[in-house]
Design a protein around this ligand. Structure first.
Ligand code: NAP
Ligand code: MG
Length: 402
């Protein structure tokens, strides 16, 4: 069988720890035997980030802008412990944060659904994708402890010196206060990324805030979404047979619980932080969550939602066997290869991505899985495989399909 050719390089961002080990296994077993893999490789492993003063992260994001599609392995975000472990020159910033800032993107997270790993919410049949705005609000706040009686005001000083004031509160005693902000162009990018992704995946889009209470702040989000939708997306949505709908966040929560899934739920920064953990744990396993960063210009970066699985890596280093789930990382590759195929018009690549995903799902549904899934599956007597044998089993399933 001849290998599938790729017209345009895919930006490949390698990473850390156990996911770096899986990365190589996935390439060796599931990709290189079938595809003439054309990637532009960036090593985002912490050692190399440190050697390059993190320039490699910036370069990889710039390359993603240039080519349009990237696939990323999980990476360590350094903390104090990592400073000594890796003898770092600096506590380098989160690569995901750096990449997101350069691409100005929104992150979409969706669970991979397989029979035998049942969501806690019985009526959820299709994935629920959470889109989280990744700028501002409480994450870029300014806070003050109020020691005692006094007046707190919001003051805006324009460039010409004119001031606008709002009284926050007349304090009679001690308390706390917090200032938050957001930017119209960040909200616009968020809205566009959501509308584009809905069209791309042919799913309805929901957006929810608390505009009845937050009549200026949240209402601005609501208005910007509606204006952009009416001006640029309404017709496209009609053609695609999908809908955009706005509701209050508490109403959205109630509807989500009663729904069968199959839509995108766009959330402000904090709501997205909370709801994505709720939705992902209710669907079963962090190891089965995919994540894609989509820029308003239509640039895509695919990855797994989980981290580098540090605990498993230390076992691996000691020569012990691991049973780490590679499905979300495989789906990062298939997502990226399919998108590359769509953009380049290479249908064989899209077809291969579909088959590899199906091979993962079929393997699990046949009862062969990693330990994390075996612990929660409704399939009787599952066969628990180690990291390597699970990938080999997927290869066998795939080869039967090709
Ligand atoms: P983690 O890597 O997501 O793992 C947390 C725990 O979840 C694991 O110990 C494991 O539980 C389970 N788990 C996660 N993925 C799994 C998989 N594929 N297969 C089986 N079990 C899985 O989070 P962490 O250990 O808190 O973070 C480790 C590093 O990842 C940190 O340095 C953090 O900065 C980084 N991180 C990176 C990203 C990213 O690049 N996108 C995201 C999050 C975290 P058991 O140990 O119980 O088996
Ligand atoms: Mg969180």
């Amino acid at each position: 069988m001849s290998k599938i050719e790729m017209k345009t390089p895919l930006v490949e961002m390698d990473g850390d720890e156990m996911t770096r080990i899986l990365w190589q296994m996935i390439k060796d077993e599931l990709l290189l035997p079938f595809i003439n893999l054309n990637t532009e490789y960036y090593d985002l492993g912490l050692e190399h980030r440190n050697e390059t003063n993190d320039q490699v992260t910036i370069d990889s994001a710039e390359a993603t802008k240039k080519y349009g599609v990237a696939v990323k392995c999980a990476t360590i975000t350094p903390n104090a412990a990592r400073m000594t472990e890796y003898d770092l020159k600096e506590m380098w910033k989160s690569p995901n944060g750096t990449i997101r800032a350069i691409l100005d993107g929104t992150v979409f997270r969706a669970p991979i659904i397989v029979k035998g790993i049942e969501p806690c919410v019985r009526n959820w049949k299709k994935p629920i994708t959470i889109a989280r705005h990744a700028y501002g609000d409480v994450y870029k706040n300014c806070e003050m402890k109020i020691p005692g009686a006094g007046k707190v005001e919001l003051v805006y000083t324009a460039e010409d010196g004119t001031q606008t004031k709002e009284v926050v509160h007349n304090f009679a005693g001690p308390g706390v206060v917090q200032g938050q902000h957001n930017l119209d162009n960040s909200i616009e990018s968020f809205a566009k990324s959501c509308f584009n992704y809905a069209l791309d995946t042919k799913q309805d889009l929901w957006f929810a805030t608390k505009d009845t209470i937050s009549k200026k702040y949240d209402h601005t989000f609501k208005d910007i979404f509606q204006e952009i939708f009416d001006a640029e997306y309404k017709e496209k949505f009609d053609e695609a047979g999908i809908t955009y709908f706005y509701t209050l966040i508490d109403d959205a929560v109630a509807r989500v619980m009663k729904s069968e899934g199959g839509y995108i739920w766009a959330c402000k920064n904090y709501d997205g932080d909370v709801m994505s953990d709720m939705v992902s744990s209710a669907f079963g396993s962090l190891a089965m969550m995919t994540s894609v960063l989509v820029s308003p210009q239509g640039v895509y970066e695919y990855e797994a939602a989980h981290g580098t699985v540090q605990r498993h890596y230390y076992k691996h280093l000691k020569g012990e066997e691991t049973s780490t789930n590679s499905v979300a990382t495989i789906f990062a590759w298939t997502g990226a290869l399919r998108k590359r195929g769509e953009l380049d018009g290479t249908s064989e690549l899209c077809d291969f991505a579909d088959k590899l995903e199906k091979a993962c799902i079929d393997t699990i549904e046949s009862g062969k899985m990693t330990k994390d899934l075996a612990l929660i599956t409704t399939i009787e007597n599952p066969v628990v495989l180690n990291s390597e044998n699970f990938i080999k089993e997927i290869r066998k399933t795939l080869e039967k399909m090709l």
